[in-house]
Design a protein around this ligand. Structure first.
Ligand SMILES: C[S@@+](CC[C@H](N)C(=O)[O-])C[C@H]1O[C@@H](n2cnc3c(N)ncnc32)[C@H](O)[C@@H]1O
Length: 253
């Protein structure tokens, strides 16, 4: 598959990026703080990709994590990374679809889902969130991390976003995100937003470290195909930096 055909996150992962999410570590740290994890916490990570977040949670809190995704290539990377870190007892990697989670009702204290809901149309978002609600224990929390509109995107800019990222990306306003979680039955919904770090130079360095950020940029500019794609994404997010933010939400069941 050429660089131009891959989904945005798959393209960035192929360059060496490990955090494939709009707000990077800033948003993930806010979510982790909200979760108040302990070694007894039962966690489900949905859309784990290469298991960057699951590995961090297991190392920092010693909790037990089921990590699922639908991408077999990403899952084999996840398994290799979990093994390399000696975390097979803490993290179970599984292939599963978030729309039909293979877990009973009320199974988890925390469900974390970064950079996935934004990729779905609004009806599918509602279906996914009600499935997350089902598997959470009462009092448990859902941690999500997505893209938010600060100002509405004009139709051409919205189409351009879908074209740049090569997926059905559908950001929403803060109010619409909050409404999505309330409508599924969640009680309190706390939110935080900020500048997107996905493609910005300081964001890349903060999320990946200086050397890895350098390697990602080098790989992104190395071939003509990569360069066209990488610069296309970079320019789009730079041009729309005043309209798009990340949003992190902590919703309590
Ligand atoms: C943008 S990536 C985010 C990966 C990771 N959460 C992160 O923040 O770095 C989106 C991920 O969602 C996964 N995904 C999309 N739809 C899914 C579904 N219905 N069930 C499970 N995983 C899904 C993709 O395979 C991909 O790994």
């Amino acid at each position: 598959m050429s660089a131009n055909e891959k989904a945005g996150h798959t393209f960035l992962a192929s360059l060496g990026k490990t955090r494939l999410r709009p707000g990077g570590v800033e948003a993930t740290e806010w979510l982790i703080e909200k979760a108040q994890l302990t070694p007894n916490s039962q966690v489900l990570e949905i859309a784990c990709n290469m298991a960057t977040t699951s590995i961090e949670l297991a190392q920092r809190f010693g909790c037990h994590i089921h990590a699922i995704d639908m991408d077999q290539h990403a899952l084999s990377q996840a398994r290799a990374r979990v093994k390399e870190q000696g975390l097979e007892e803490n993290i179970q990697i599984m292939e599963a679809n978030a729309l039909k989670l293979p877990f009973p009702d009320n199974s988890f204290d925390v469900v974390i889902n970064e950079a996935m809901l934004t990729m779905y149309a609004d009806k599918a978002k509602a279906k996914l969130v009600s499935e997350y609600f089902r598997v959470l224990k009462p009092g448990g929390c859902l941690l999500t991390h997505d893209i938010m509109h600060l100002q509405p995107l004009a139709a051409p800019s919205h189409d351009q976003l879908q074209n740049v990222v090569k997926s059905n990306v559908s950001p929403m306003t803060r109010e619409a995100w909050q409404q999505l979680f309330h409508a599924a039955g969640f009680n309190a919904v706390a939110t935080q937003n900020g500048a997107m770090s996905l493609m910005s130079p300081p964001g890349l360095i903060r999320d990946e470290g200086f050397l890895r950020a350098l390697k990602i940029v080098f790989n992104g500019l190395r071939t003509r195909d990569n360069r066209r794609r990488f610069l296309g994404m970079f320019r789009y997010f730079r041009a729309h930096r005043h309209q798009l933010n990340y949003i992190a939400c902590c919703s309590q069941k």
